[in-house]
Every structure is written in C-alpha cells, then in structure tokens.
Design a binder for this molecule. Structure first.
Ligand code: ZN
Length: 682
C-alpha cells in the first residue's frame, strides 16, 4: 500500500497566523487532499514551535506561564486552521513529552557518534530569527530580515554539531536526488552554498530555562532550530513508538518557506545522517505572499488576517486564490482588488453561475431529473484532457496549473451552453433529444470539475457534487474512478442559493474589506449586479423583461459619450475620477451571435451577444459603418452593467464600445489576439 507523509513548518506561537503562514498550510493541505483523492494513505502533520525565546518573553510580558500561553495559542492556531478547512492528521507541539523524548534521543545519538562537541561560541545572534548570524549575513550591522533590531553579541560555552563533516555527503545526496529540493532555483542556491563549504553550528544555549535539556549536559537547552526540526520524526513515533515510526518514516515531503530551506536541506539531513536515520524524500521551498505589492508587515498595515477573510467569505475563495493565482514555488501577491476580481470571474460568474444555470434549466425543462443519453461529445474530450493535465500538474506540485485544468472544464461547459442554446432546443419545434444530451453533459462536466477541485475548494466541491446528484461521500472519492467522464446514471439535480453572490468594492481603500463583506452578506438573496438567476432564465426562455421606463434617445452613435461641455469657471477643480469609480463600469469582452438592422433606423443595429455568462440584446449605433453580416462572430467590448434602455422600441442591455472620431464613422474596439467572452476589460 502506498503511503505519503507530508509536513509543513511548525509555527512560532508569539503571533497569530498571518497570510503567509496560511498560504503554506493551504497549499500543503491541497497536496494532502490530492494524495488522499489519489487513493494514497496520507499522513499530514502540522504543529507549533514553542521553545522559542520570543515565545518565552511574550508569555512573561503577559504575565502568564509560558506553558499556559502556548496552550492558548494552540487553540488560536487550531481555530484558524479549522476556518481555512485544513485537514491535518496530527498537530505536534514541541513541549509535548513525545517531542522531548525524540530530541533527547537524537541529540544523544549524534553525541555518541562524536558529532557534537563542546566549544566557545562568540558571534552575533538575531533574537527575532532565533539564529546565529555571521558578519557577512548582516547588512549595516543589522539582520536583513529584522532591520529595526540590533543583533546581540553572544559569547558563551556551547555545544557544536559537526555540520562541516557532512558537506560531501550532502553534495552527493543532492546530486543523486535531483528532486530532493524543489523548485530548481532553490536547489541551485543550496548547491552553491554546499560548494562554498559549511561551518559547524551551535546546537545549544547556556543559562536558559525554556527548552529541552541536552541529555549529556543538562545545564544547556537544545537550540530551538535543532529542537524544532526533530518534530517531524517525533510526531510519527521516533523514540516512543517503533511500529509507527517504521510505517511513516522517512517523510515524503517537507513543505517549507524559501527562507528556511537551508535548515531543511542542509542541517536536517546532516542531523539524520549522523543519527543513522533515513532522509526525507523531498523538500519544497514555496515563495512569499506579499500584500498589495509589499512585504507583509503589521506595522505598515500591509498584513491580512486570514481568519477574517475566511469568516467573511468562507475558506474556499481564499484557498482558490492562493492556489490558482500564485505559481507554486514563486512569490505571489494578495490584493483586495485582485481577490474581488478572481472571486467574481472564477466563482460568481463562471463556476457559480454554471451551477445555478444547470439547476434552473434542469428544473424548468426536465423536472430536475437528467437521464444519460450516450457517450458524450466534445465536453467529454475536454474533461479527459483536463484530467491528464491535472494529474501531471498536481504530481509535479504545479498546483496553480492543476486548478487551471479544472477550470478548463468549467469554461468549456459555459461555452457549450452558449453554443447549444438549450432554451431554443426547449422551444416548441426544438430538439428534445439534443436538449437531454446537452443538460446531461453539462451536469457531468460539472461533476468531473468538482472532483478535480475537491482538494482545492473542498467544501464547495462537496456542495456542487451533491447538487449535481453525485452521492459518493466526499472522503470516498477517488480520482482514478470519479475523475473520469461517466455516461451513465440518472442525475437528480438539486437547486440551492447562489454559491458565490457577486461582490463589489473590495478594492476601495482601507474600508475595502468592509464594503466587500457588506456586499456579500445577503447569502440568500440574488447575486448583485450579475444578471440574476431569474433574469437569466427569462433571457434563456426568450422572454422579454418588463420595462419600467421608456427612454427617448436621440439617434447618434451609442459609443459616443455625448458629455456636455465642462464648465471652465473653476479650472482648478480636479474632475478626474478614482480607480473605484472606473471599476464600477463593468467592461467585458462579448461575441456577436446575431446582428440585424433596427427597422426605420439608419444608425442602429440590434445585436445578440454572448457575454460569457449570458446572452443579451444590445442596440448599437454603428449601422452606418458596419453591415450586420460583418459583425456575426466578431469579438467586441461592451459595458455590461448599464441599465436597460429602449431604443426605437428595442430594449438594449448594455453598450458597445467604439471609437467615434469627429465627423467620422464609428470603429469598433478589437483585440490583437483571441480573447474569450466574459473577460474583463480595464
Ligand atoms: Zn533576524
């Protein structure tokens, strides 16, 4: 039986989890869930690093016993991980007896091997890093990671670990295992470091109370890094449970931040070699997540509490963002603007809308019961190709590409609906057999996409599976069986409230998140701005929405702004608009499906366009420049959130953008390359 043991770094508990910590746990969770989905017995370890002097100090500042403080922080961490739907199997704390036993056993073995010796340490120590620093590591005398702190000059009797002795063996290991450290740029960094030689490292601190005593010199405590690394072996029974250790060691994968790959790929393997233990299979050094282009910092206001985000929107939009928008291994950025955009595009418009449309059409046309019709057409091919791409990506830790593969199916299903227009098939004289096929295939595409998305957005994927009639318990899903296209089985489609109501306003200044939260609050109500489900159903059924007002519009190119002359009496006044005002205009790529002249009008054409999420009629003042047949199939840009207006008796839902030179004919805006309908223009 295959098994997979993966770990994340354990966290210092002197502050709450932040976005960067959350990023590591979310991506590791996606890997753990993917392994389980692949049928591999998986053990996913996380935990807290408690033997830090900073933790000790923080507890004393608060006037609490350090152990009590760590107990409180454990609850805080567990709460956040629960909010983010992190599925760890074990959570280790370095103050636990099982950890202490492992640290003492491993240290003793290194000592017995002659790899730990007594010496005098004299040098710089950054308290915030909890790391010894060499002169060459400092910038202007300061730790580059903590430029506001002055490192301490330490002179104390220490125990040293003979790291230098393992340089050649480490180089050999790196060469024999090209995948030991991923991604490749980190591997190259470590190879250069190894080639330049290694110094022995201090592994104890004298005169401190908070930590694990060295078994052979109990007046010293084990240096926090030497202590912390051993958690990975301690958690699976090293020194306490041989059978368990035998089963799970060595770890298959350590997921860690790029700043601590040296500890994990140089110090840790050398410790294991010295103790005669097997080395972990692989270390993945992920990048950092910046906030709005800046390194996260509480004092600069560039930090984000992942718990807040999860409480407002549920865990899945943040999880999807972290996985899909950041190339795994590289650095990434979080901004509210981008979060809102991806939320609206991927979840509200794309996936959420597809789920709602399928449920509405299945209910309206087939009483919510869809029967299989045959082997499946183009969508089945897209789903098969997506599964292949997904597997290769996820196996290679290209998590972003795995997410994109799942969304290929969703995009294809939305296009398929636009092309096959089920609402026309459902009309009198339509094709009932084809309608059966189309609805079943859309349901199946959604099912396959949800299986692939299960590791990334677990709760939402389970909800979608339930709505498309898949009754497999989510934990029993298997990629090999359930990730493939199925042409059998009656599907009972369930309706529900919109999964992700569209939101606006995340990007507005400091109050952004609040506005965003308010907009998303009415979970039960129809999505904002987005054509509501009811509206879409009307449009699909070819029904007219009732007009509340009739607007008389002078005939002129609709693309022209017609702005009145701006008064110049106050020249100093700034008439520029904010980015938020601009972002209120929802500019989208659309494709022209049909075009015809508006009777009795010289200038107006009536267009039917596909906006990626719906089909609608827009009246455009471009008849003098374009013949209707020239426009069919053409990609255009529209204002998608304009209030409806009636032009020469035809209701227009949006506006087509065109350049309108003075005295000349309007020219439609186009693109250099093919852009799919629904893409945002800004
Ligand atoms: Zn530092």
């Amino acid at each position: 039986m295959k098994r997979f043991f993966l770990t994340t770094a354990i966290d210092y508990v002197n502050s709450r989890p932040h976005l960067g910590t959350a990023y590591e746990k979310i991506t590791a969770d996606v890997i753990a869930r993917y392994k389980r989905l692949s049928g591999i017995e998986t053990h996913f370890l996380m935990g807290n690093d408690e033997h830090s002097q900073n933790v000790y100090k923080r507890a004393l500042e608060r006037g609490v016993d350090p152990r009590v403080y760590c107990d409180q922080m454990e609850q805080e961490f567990r709460t956040v991980w629960k909010q983010l739907d992190i599925s760890f199997d074990d959570f280790i704390r370095t103050t636990e007896p099982r950890h202490k036993a492992a640290v003492q056993k491993l240290a003793q073995r290194c000592f017995d091997k002659g790899d730990i010796y007594e010496g005098q340490y004299e040098g710089w120590y950054c308290v915030s890093c909890e790391a010894f620093k060499q002169e060459k590591d400092l910038v202007d005398g300061k730790c580059p990671l903590h430029p506001t702190l002055t490192p301490e000059w330490i002179r104390e009797k220490n125990y040293f670990f003979r790291l230098s002795k393992y340089r050649d063996a480490l180089l050999e290991h790196f060469r024999a295992h090209p995948d030991f450290l991923r991604p490749d740029n980190r591997r190259n960094e470590m190879l250069r470091l190894l080639e330049s030689g290694l110094d022995d490292i201090s592994v104890s601190r004298a005169g401190q109370l908070w930590g694990i005593p060295l078994p052979f010199a109990p007046e010293n405590v084990v240096y926090v890094w030497f202590d912390a690394l051993i958690n990975y072996a301690a958690a699976v029974g090293y020194a306490t449970d041989d059978a368990r250790f035998e089963k799970w060691w060595p770890a298959d994968l350590h997921v860690v931040g790029k700043d601590i790959t040296r500890f994990h790929t140089v110090v840790w393997p050398a410790m294991l070699m010295s103790a005669g233990m097997a080395l972990p299979g692989q270390v993945f050094g992920h990048g950092f997540v910046n906030f709005g282009g800046q390194r996260m910092s509480k004092s600069l206001g560039t930090s984000l509490d992942p718990s807040d985000v999860a409480q407002r929107f549920g865990p899945d939009p943040l999880r999807l963002y972290m996985v899909k928008e950041i190339s795994y291994g590289g650095d990434g950025d979080f901004s509210w603007e981008r979060y809102e955009e991806r939320y609206n595009v991927d979840l509200a418009n794309n996936l959420g809308n597809l789920v709602s449309r399928l449920a509405a059409m299945a209910e309206k046309y087939r009483g919510s019961r869809l029967s299989p019709t045959g082997s499946g057409g183009r969508l089945a091919q897209v789903a098969d190709a997506a599964l292949t791409r997904y597997r290769a990506s996820m196996d290679g830790f290209a998590l972003h590409d795995g997410a994109a593969a799942a969304f290929q199916i969703i995009d294809a299903a939305n296009e398929f609906i636009a092309e096959t227009a089920p609402w026309t098939l459902a009309r009198a004289g339509g094709d009932a057999g084809r309608l059966d096929e189309v609805l079943f295939e859309v349901a199946e595409a959604l099912r396959v996409a949800a299986v692939l998305l299960r590791p990334i957005i677990p709760g939402s994927a389970a909800e979608i599976l339930q709505r498309v009639g898949d009754t497999t318990p989510p934990g029993a899903l298997r990629l090999e069986r359930d990730g493939r296209w199925r042409a059998d089985g009656v599907r009972q489609i369930a309706k529900g409230s919109p999964l992700w109501p569209r939101v606006e306003g995340a990007g507005s200044g400091g109050g952004g998140p609040v506005a965003f939260a308010e907009a998303s609050a009415p979970k039960e109500g129809p999505p904002l701005r987005q054509p509501t489900l009811q509206q879409s159903a009307y449009v699909e059924a070819g029904l007219q929405t009732r007009l509340t007002q009739e607007i008389i519009v002078e005939e002129k190119p609709i693309g022209a702004t017609g702005a009145p002359d701006v008064s110049v009496t106050k020249p100093a006044e700034d008439t520029r608009i904010s980015i938020n005002d601009f972002m209120k205009v929802d500019l989208r790529v659309a494709r022209v499906l049909e075009a015809e002249a508006v009777p009795k009008s010289k200038k107006l054409l009536k267009l039917k366009v596909d906006t990626g999420t719906d089909q609608r009629t827009i009246v455009a003042g471009i008849a003098e420049a374009y013949q209707p047949e020239q426009l069919v199939g053409r990609t255009i840009v529209i204002v998608a959130n304009l209030q409806p207006a009636k032009l020469m008796g035809v209701e227009s839902n949006g506006m087509v953008l065109a350049a309108s030179p003075d005295g000349g004919k309007p020219t439609l805006i186009g693109f250099d390359e093919a852009v799919p309908p629904g893409s945002r223009v800004r």
